[in-house]
Write a protein that binds this ligand. Sequence first.
Ligand SMILES: Cc1cc2nc3c(=O)[nH]c(=O)nc-3n(C[C@H](O)[C@H](O)[C@H](O)COP(=O)(O)O)c2cc1C
Length: 172
Amino acid sequence: MKILITYFSNTGNTEKIAKSMKDGLIDYDVDLIRAKDVDPTTLNSYDIVFLGSGVYASRIDKSILTMIKKAVPDLPTKFAYFCTHASLKLFQEPFKRITNIIKEHNCKIIGEFDCVGENLGIPLDTQLSMLERLPEEQREKAKKDMEKIKGRPNEMDLENAKNFAVSLVKNL
Ligand SMILES: Cc1cc2nc3c(=O)[nH]c(=O)nc-3n(C[C@H](O)[C@H](O)[C@H](O)COP(=O)(O)O)c2cc1C
């Protein structure tokens, strides 16, 4: 079985998840490639393609969408998504545009993984001054949430990502 794990990662959180998935899939033929470096014409040579990104303004990075659009109509039949985000729960639909393309071409999304990733892309001072501008009742909660995401993805997140990838591929 041939597997592609491709991703965009601005500050390294999603890349950690991608690498942990690859580590788990040691028994398989896995390519780990940044989305901007993927040759779109090779996409349908994979049995499954994992697409990953951080979430930025509720969306994944456009390099993923660009790569998929270039590969159309020669898409692989199976995709899985993974993403990292600073909100404690993923409430957005960051892959929505890609999902539309994938479904139009009768491909399947066979699994989705997401986890929290500390916001390292906005300087701490800026984040703290944004918090200060919130109404008092929201500010305390936002400060606590910020503490909760420190250091994520952590070891447990990476283990969860690995287990997700392994069980998905095993059950194909
Ligand atoms: C400009 C910018 C916009 C972001 N927008 C969101 C967002 O809409 N929702 C969210 O949950 N996290 C958001 N985040 C946080 C990132 O999704 C999170 O830190 C993620 O783990 C970054 O992944 P990366 O290190 O792979 O780039 C944003 C971060 C930056 C820098």
